[in-house]
Design a binder for this molecule. Structure first.
Ligand code: FAD
Ligand code: MLT
Ligand code: ZN
Length: 461
């Protein structure tokens, strides 16, 4: 270790794994945004809470910033280390620590993958219901730090609902035990919830106790083809009234175009402007209700075509059309927007944003998809081949500014589920008032007085 700060760390914690090879710095210094050039000081891979505490104390003594790092599947730049920070990766803290059948809870280290949590819950005939396409790579710590949503929020809520307890090392190196798995606790402020969506700026989540639930009922998946945006919310209302919905997601023909170019199978003989993938409790009653809802929607002109899965393999194929979108767009490094409004506001908001984009930016390939049943839209813009990167980013930022203004008018949020990170920092004021922002900074100052935890993310110091 040639850097004296790292030499001091290696001497204080000889058992701590530290990486400084160029390939490791590159690998651990970026997330899925791919917009910043990674430039961390080093990567630390602790295996215990005590090691995490010791690293934080070292960071304070040497004024080194820390970037907490999970699976780096984040889409907002929260785990990017581009300024000589120490990346603190939780990937070696990935064990299940305990299961309690009475509490129906699972205690895990923060670096465990979401999919491993699903599997552990299933082994006990229970379910951890937060789910999305990055399940194999993202970590529970990252999910909590971003309050991840996903494809089942409509039925089960966001990650926040499932966090019963947390162990967190704050910016002073203190170990905080928050929530303790209690169902009821009215003993003052619930600091556990401060950590949810804190994006690594208040503390390093080292352990989590997660609530589990009953396994979902047997389900079927239906893919519907729609003529226009306006029909989306009509179909949603109609299906929600008749079915027990587990998911209600949408995407456009442009999204289908990219997914089928990556191996997805369009089950229809032709293409349509909009699609809905919905999963619902099956059985005879479910299937009959689904058919009735489908016929009603066709009769109203809201649905043009549809298929229902007849097997798990078919269900997975239909889901692939929705879940494969992010990966199919990744080579283009799309400019991503992840916005939300109240569900009731969605029709007016959709109409406004669609007009904004089609009238003002007809040259952009705009890929719309998302968790429409939660009021959450993903608007991805792809760079035209003949446009310079700088011009593209400048135009996209102008679009996001207009979006932020529309969100402010409609009472929405500039980040529904990905977090603010680096990419949406400039627009945070559209979602939070000055008074709120002052409180957020004040809270940060208490838990991380030296501003060492993920500085520059969420807001500037
Ligand atoms: P990272 O990217 O490593 O970090 C994210 C943030 O959390 C950073 O600010 C980081 O500093 C902080 N952090 C990480 N670990 C800790 C910790 N232990 N303590 C404190 N802070 C920490 N997101 C959704 O919400 N819904 C989706 O449907 C969805 N689908 C996705 C699909 C794909 C294909 C991909 C690539 C991403 C998707 N995402 C989705 C985004 C991403 O997977 C989530 O934001 C996820 O929660 C990030 O977890 P991670 O472990 O990869 O976190
Ligand atoms: C999704 O819903 O697929 C994710 O949030 C990922 C994305 O927005 O690309
Ligand atoms: Zn999403």
């Amino acid at each position: 270790m040639t850097d004296p700060r790292l030499a001091a760390l290696a001497q204080a914690l000889p058992e701590l794994r530290l990486l400084t090879d160029a390939a490791d710095l590159e690998h651990y210094g970026r997330d899925w945004t791919r917009r910043w050039t990674p430039a961390p000081l080093a990567i630390a891979l602790p295996t215990s809470v005590e090691q995490v505490q010791a690293v934080v104390r070292w960071a304070r003594a040497h004024a080194v910033a820390i970037v907490p790092s999970g699976g780096r599947t984040g889409l907002s730049g929260g785990a990017v280390a581009a300024n000589g920070e120490l990346v603190l990766s939780l990937e070696r803290m990935n064990r299940v620590l305990g299961f309690d059948p009475i509490d129906r809870s699972l205690t895990v280290q923060a670096g465990i993958a979401l999919e491993a949590v699903h599997n552990a819950a299933r082994e006990h005939r229970l379910a951890y219901p937060v789910d999305f396409a990055a399940r194999g790579s993202c970590s529970i710590g990252g999910n909590i730090a971003t309050n991840a949503g996903g494809i089942r929020v409509i039925r089960y809520g966001n990650t926040r609902e499932w966090v019963a307890g947390l162990k967190v090392v704050d910016g002073r190196g203190e170990l905080l035990e928050l929530g303790r798995g209690l169902v009821k606790n009215s003993s003052g402020y619930d600091l556990r919830h401060l950590m949810v969506a804190s994006e690594g700026t208040l503390g390093i989540i080292v352990e989590a106790t997660l609530r589990l639930t009953d396994p979902p009922p047997p389900t079927s998946v239906m893919l519907l083809a729609l003529p226009d945006f306006a029909a989306l919310m009509q179909v949603f209302a109609s299906l929600r009234a008749r079915l027990q919905l587990e998911a209600f997601e949408f995407f456009t023909d442009r999204a289908l175009h990219h997914v089928t170019a990556h191996g997805g199978q369009n089950p229809f003989g032709e293409t349509y402007p909009y699609y809905v993938v919905t999963e619902f409790a099956a059985g005879e009653a479910g299937e009959a209700a689904a058919l009735a809802a489908f016929e009603h929607c066709v009769g109203e002109g809201w649905v043009l075509d549809g298929v229902i899965s007849q097997s798990q393999a078919q269900a997975a194929q239909l889901w692939r059309l929705r879940e494969g979108i992010t990966e199919s767009l990744a080579p283009y490094v799309p400019y991503k927007n992840d916005v939300s409004v109240r569900i009731s506001v969605m029709p007016a908001f959709l109409a406004e944003v669609q007009a904004l984009l089609t009238e003002g930016y007809p040259h952009f390939d705009v890929v719309w998809f998302g968790h429409i049943g939660d009021g959450n839209l993903h608007i991805n813009v792809l760079k035209p081949v003949d446009m310079a990167q700088a011009d593209f980013v400048a135009q996209c930022e102008r679009v996001t500014r207009l979006l932020a203004e529309a969100l402010q008018r409609h009472g929405g949020s500039i980040s529904a589920e990905h977090g603010i990170g680096l990419v949406k920092k400039a627009y945070l004021g559209s979602t939070r008032t000055e008074a709120e922002l002052a409180l957020l900074r004040g809270i940060r100052g208490v838990l991380d007085p030296d501003g060492l935890l993920n500085p520059g993310k969420l807001f500037d110091r």
